[in-house]
Design a protein around this ligand. Sequence first.
Ligand SMILES: Nc1ncnc2c1ncn2[C@@H]1O[C@H](COP(=O)(O)OP(=O)(O)OP(=O)(O)O)[C@@H](O)[C@H]1O
Ligand SMILES: [Mg+2]
Length: 458
Amino acid sequence: MKTSTTHPYRVLLADDQADIRDALRLLLKREGYETHGVASPADALSAIETREFDAVLMDLNYARDTTSGQEGLDLLPRIQMLDGTLPVIVMTAWSSVEVAVEAMRRGARDFIQKPWENTRLLSILRTQIDLRQALRQASRLEAENRILRAESRPTFLADSPAMQPVLELIGRIGPSDASVLITGEHGTGKEVVARTLHAMSTRSSKPMVTVNAGGLSEGIFESELFGHVKGAFTDARSDRVGRFELAEGSTLFLDEIANVPLNLQAKLLRVLETGEMERVGSSTTRRADVRVLAATNADVDAEAAAGRFRQDLLFRLNTIEVRIPPLRERREDIDLLAHHFLRGYSQRYRKNLSGFDPAAAKALQEHLWPGNVRELDHAVERGVLLSAGPFVRAADLGLRPQAPGGSAKLEDMSLDEVERHLIQRTLARHDGNVSQAAKSLGLSRSAMYRRLQKHGLE
Ligand SMILES: Nc1ncnc2c1ncn2[C@@H]1O[C@H](COP(=O)(O)OP(=O)(O)OP(=O)(O)O)[C@@H](O)[C@H]1O
Ligand SMILES: [Mg+2]
């Protein structure tokens, strides 16, 4: 009997014999089911197409061919195509096990032999309907979860070999509760990584709380982090909940961690180790269940060596370190990211752009990107805004030629980058003439070509 939902379960009865349909209808009606009878496979299909059923009870043999069960067997895959979750229970007049097995193979959920036992028929029917409800519920929940996750997870694009270990590490530690230190130059995507880690974790149903240590004065930092009680200091006119407490059950992202004042680093360490803290001006110890992610673009090891960052706090934070390489060390990602930003900005500014023209694509590849992904983001935004379409041109991107001593300093580059840079400049000086550029660099033509190939400059 149906109790949990508002309308009765509806069962399709497919049998060419009217007396069988009547007998089934009476039996099921007594049990609170609604039924609809059809006499042929074609009618069964059109009934399923037009109404929703909770189950099908169907004979395998119809008038045209009354013994082989072929008509009923042919019907099964067609019902499956219309509604893959609709449970079909087949009825066989002869105790032909082979036909029943074949029917199950083609998608029937169970079978019953005629003449049937009422209790057995009812129990099979009920089981199949319940099973389908459970399956539907589960897939609905799964779909909802997928949507929720997709909505909260930031876009994190990475295709380059240099990013593979980073992706792999993120995949491994994302779902855990581990503290993670995220390092990388300005604009490399540290916050994107923090958001991705949070979105992958069991804490993702609550929003991540961010504290930017770089943007807070020393005076208010402590109360920002731990909260305060009324009267703790002159301006404390009421109690205040700190970010640690706000992040209860969620993730706290401590951005620019190297800027945390030395005297507060000890307090931070204690929370990380024990989960305990006090609001400023209070002696009541509070506990917070918080996962901490921290980020910095400073060289914290050097800061620690110089005594500006506590070694023990560093050890506590960097058990797991995600080091994001600068964009110039993963040029394979430039194109992917540039097109991603292009799509976004074309939509935002209602421009119908098909891509970058060859000179623009080349400029994107050759730029050193001292400001990393954020600089690329801004360059593409500018390109989209200025472009007359259908392609973004090199000039629209507004990339400044980079000279050593400018935004990218020679001493900040790796040897490889210096080599690439020098080759580019020399080529430019000789209007792209490889032989002349090779000569002025003191290289043979083949040595020059090897280097062009290595740096992707051919
Ligand atoms: N892998 C990526 N996929 C997609 N977008 C990215 C990626 N990395 C960075 N971005 C985008 O680039 C911009 C800068 O990223 P983010 O703010 O995470 O960098 P950051 O390392 O925290 O920078 P800063 O050191 O300046 O705080 C953001 O708009 C971000 O969405
Ligand atoms: Mg950041």
